[in-house]
Design a binder for this molecule. Structure first.
Ligand SMILES: [Zn+2]
Length: 452
């Protein structure tokens, strides 16, 4: 949990200045024990692959100076303290002594479903009693059981729930979130969900990327005529969400019991016609050939539990990120986890994300996902951290701004009460995140910038 007393101890505040402007005050973090910069290890630009996934670009005894919401300088504390731009802001700067703790770029959680109302506790108990994910869905549970509440909910109610999710993620070190709709499944309620995501994003200082997941599951009223529902997604949901500037990506659940490869291609074509990026939930429950999807240049393909061996080789030739969400495997009690080792060793860029959702992965915690990545997918702590930061940023096409601590990038940082970066993935079930910086705003509590 968030340690307010420690955060207060770390902060050295100038007493004479008052908050007043909307821009966050310049911020200086000094005495960082390990700063994981995640800077580019070589000339190659693109998502991290293979051995490069282990390169965290660690600086010891480091400092970071941020101003105007951006990172201005990064280096050894004594170098940063000599930066002339510091003098220009002096008397105005919020200074934080990090007491030799670990600082990294805020996590980029590139796969979440926060637009829901309630936990699915009946599903949870049925699964404990032996029912599978697909059996629960067939009996009226699963995704469809979240739909009714979202359809009835007002936009402000939904916004409050989404915002609560963002805040919980932030308490665990996340500063950028991809947020999907997908529990409305009508034009009106999908647009309402996306609008509620936008409302919540406006009240949170972190960064939110919106994704339309109208093709999450075929809703009850379209049972037996799924192609008509696909038409609705293509001809109404996607164009209207685009026109209202509510969405950046379109996602499809491409799997047994959800949407076919042909449906997905049709939806991807409609998304491309509107200038939107695409991604898909794929190979979670069954093998699906990826080639027909790769021609659309998807930003990510997510889950990938049952990816075919020959597709792994093909994927390595693309910048499409394989986003692995082991929280779902954990929560569904599965023995098998996504084949991270095979993907990484073949040169596929891999990200990890929470898949925060009420049915299969109700966790807001990236540190927990790091733990699962190491213990169940045999990723090294360094690989898991790169997958949760810079490669998450690539999966959202935000790598020019997010995912590493480099001058010119957005000031998104997470400070952890640990001495060695490997502890991020080692301790589980407890968050050691002391505070975060989101676009230059210091988050010391549920509210940003309340330090004056
Ligand atoms: Zn998902």
């Amino acid at each position: 949990m968030f340690d307010h007393s420690l955060a207060a101890k770390l902060l050295k505040m100038p007493s004479s200045k008052k908050a007043g402007s909307r821009l966050p005050r310049p911020l200086l973090l000094i005495n960082i024990g390990q700063l994981l910069t995640l800077r580019e290890p070589n000339q190659h630009r693109g998502p991290r692959r293979g051995r490069d996934l282990q390169e965290l670009g660690i600086l010891e005894d480091a400092a970071v100076f941020c101003s105007g919401g951006k990172i201005v300088s990064v280096g050894k504390t004594r170098e940063v303290l000599r930066d002339p731009r510091l003098k220009e802001s002096s008397g105005h700067i919020v200074e934080v002594d990090c007491q030799r703790q670990v600082v990294l770029p805020g996590f980029v959680d590139s796969h979440t479903h926060p637009a829901f109302l309630r936990p699915r506790l009946a599903d949870f108990e049925q699964r404990i009693s032996g029912a599978t994910y697909e059996e629960i869905a067939a009996a009226g549970g699963g995704i469809r059981s979240s739909v009714e509440a979202v359809r009835k909910a007002s936009r402000p109610t939904l916004c409050e729930r989404i915002l609560a999710g963002f805040k919980q993620m932030n308490q665990q070190g996340t500063t950028t979130v991809e947020a999907k709709s997908g529990y409305g499944l009508t034009v009106e309620s999908e647009l309402k969900s996306l609008a509620a995501i936008r409302d919540a994003a406006a009240r949170w200082p972190g960064t939110v990327v919106s994704t339309l997941l109208g093709a999450h599951v075929v809703p009850k009223e379209f049972q037996g005529r799924s192609s008509q529902y696909v038409e609705l997604v293509c001809t109404e949901m996607i164009p209207q969400a685009t026109k209202q500037k509510l969405v950046e990506f379109v996602d499809v659940f491409t799997d047994r019991g959800a949407f076919s490869l042909q449906d997905t291609e049709r939806i991807f074509e409609a998304a491309a016609a509107c200038g939107l990026g695409v991604r898909a939930h794929v190979c979670q429950l069954s093998e699906t050939p990826l080639e027909p999807l790769l021609r659309f240049g998807p930003a990510s393909l997510d889950h990938m539990d049952h990816v075919k061996a020959q597709d792994i080789g093909k994927l390595a030739g693309y910048d499409t990120v394989a986003t692995l969400v082991p929280g779902a495997n954990y929560f569904l009690g599965l023995e098998k986890f996504p084949p991270a080792r095979k993907l990484i060793d073949a040169g596929v860029p891999v990200a990890v994300a929470t898949d925060y959702n009420p049915g299969s992965s109700p966790t807001p915690s990236m540190p927990f996902v790091l733990s699962l990545a190491c213990t169940h997918m045999r990723m090294l702590p360094s690989e898991a951290i790169a997958a949760a930061t810079i490669n998450g940023a690539w999966a959202l096409r935000l790598a020019n701004h997010k995912g590493s601590v480099e001058a010119g990038k957005d000031a998104d940082l997470a400070v952890f009460e640990i001495e060695d970066y490997r502890e991020l993935a080692y301790w589980f079930g407890s968050s050691r995140c002391v505070f975060t910086v989101l676009n230059g705003s210091l988050m010391t509590d549920a509210a940003p910038g309340q330090i004056d």
